[in-house]
Design a protein around this ligand. Structure first.
Ligand code: HEC
Length: 131
């Protein structure tokens, strides 16, 4: 009898433990894009470095309206360094800035778009008569 109670006790403890472990699992939260209200930049890893180094001379809109892969961004930075008085970055800062830009402001073709509508599905052109 004593052994049975012991076994039951152990089972209950392990059951509780298992429940607890489950409760400790982090909930999966769907990733949504947050926008920094001050600059309009996407909030992501490295954004502080970009705000600190890239919004001193011009608005962050320059970045938001631009797209590029890593090389394009690197070339733009080098161009600003050579001609616009942008300071040099230490390698870690440059990596963080390039990672951020190449990830969050990648070329447009990485963004999915629907195909153009076929001609017969387009709305009627309201200016047809005038032209
Ligand atoms: C020292 C000043 C300065 C800093 C700091 C600076 N820029 Fe610029 N940036 C400029 C100037 C000047 C222009 C050109 C503005 C113009 O065309 O009238 C420019 C233009 C740009 C453009 C537009 C390029 C184009 O072809 O239209 C982008 C994008 C840009 N910067 C991104 C950045 C990023 C990213 C950083 C941070 C790594 C940064 N800038 C930091 C001075 C700066």
């Amino acid at each position: 009898m004593k052994t049975l109670i012991k076994v039951l006790g152990l089972l209950m403890i392990s059951a509780l433990f298992a429940l607890n472990v489950n409760a400790a699992q982090p909930k999966k939260i769907k990733k949504i894009t947050a926008i920094d209200p001050q600059t309009g930049l996407i909030v992501a890893k490295g954004v502080e470095n970009v705000i600190a180094n890239c919004t001193a001379c011009h608005s962050a809109k320059f970045i938001i309206l631009q797209r590029g892969d890593r090389k394009t961004w690197k070339d733009m930075i080098v161009w600003m360094q050579e001609t616009q008085g942008l300071w040099e970055f230490d390698p870690a800062t440059e990596k963080s800035i390039l990672d951020y830009l190449a990830t969050n402001y990648a070329p447009d073709d990485k963004i999915e778009r629907r195909k153009n509508l076929p001609h017969n599905e387009l709305p009627k052109n309201p200016y047809e008569k005038i032209m």
